[in-house]
Design a protein. Sequence first.
Length: 407
Amino acid sequence: MRDRISKQRSQLILSQPFFGALLMRLRLVEDPSCKTFWVDGVSLGYNPAFVATLSDLELRGCLAHEVLHPANGHCWRCGVRDPDRWNQACDYAINPLVLNAGLQLPAGALIDGRFLGKSAEEIYAMLRQEASEQPQPESQPQPQQDGNGKADGNDPSQPNGQDGKGNGTSGDDPSQASPDFSPGEVRQQPQAQQQTLANEWKVATMQAAKAAQMRGKLPGELSAMVESATRASVDWRSVLHRFAFEQTRSDYSWAMPNRRYTHMGLYLPALHDQSVGDAVFVRDTSGSVFDETQQQFGAEIETVFTVLQPRRLFVLDCDTRVTQVQCFERGEAIELGPIRGGGGTSFRAPFAWLDEQGIAPAFLVYLTDMHGKFPPAPPAYPTLWASTTPLHTIAPPPFGEAVEVIV
């Protein structure tokens, strides 16, 4: 079976050099304990019994599918997310790329038009939101699905298969998960090795794309994927805190000398602290920003208020209008209420409300998907747009700074 996989890998090198070059980085590991395939950025595991059920074209497509996981960084982007749902989200993200490249996947591959062009993180958030809105059935659990949407005929209490390409058959049991790893086709390397692997795969992905492009065999969708996968990521929390703390007015001033040195005849400036004025956070409540994102954003609001201690903190909920205003004075305990609103999105209402109230905040942070009408003129205060939509897919805002908030 290893020879058959090696042959199809060679075929990919000739016909699809982008996939073929990257596959050469993965060590083939025969693993009857997995259901189908697994990948961790170093090795590619396969169940020979499952591979025997695939045609040559399907096997070629599966190999391309597997290598797209480390090429997209899926093996080190899972974090604390649920592995099974992350597996599904990753498959939804990459399966269209495999098919658009002219390759074939086994029947039942996870494909959904709602997720086209979205990252695994965005798809994961959508899947999690949908799961939270569905009532939990009290009856006997239904058969689980593997990562490509095929039913698992084994006992539902058993772990899922390692990949999204299971054939859904029961009987001989190659699906027993190894006790050394959590269920899920995308295995995570130890934390200490993840950054090194991520850097190596970014370089390898760019090199493979350049080689394929020179041969005229890099589809536009793959080119866009490479650009997205190799783009540097930024921690939105650190950007938020940096933005907020830059608005402090602490500085050294000569107006009052530093008394610690006057007895020595030295006239040195003292630290002059002019406390931060009002801080404003706006939450888009149109329904396009999911619950967990709202929760994590709310936690950061509380942290900023506790540490920065602005004079007043305003938290505005807004869809096409301001639906709720919460105000907290310096020194108060903060406990944010649930969001209120729904419907469309307009960015004008919060800025208009602040003007009507005569409030000139030290800064404003707006959590939104960035789809709405902007004010006709920029405000006089600094603005940070916390976008739940990847910034490279949308036009930049007409004013202020922007950061991606992908939870």
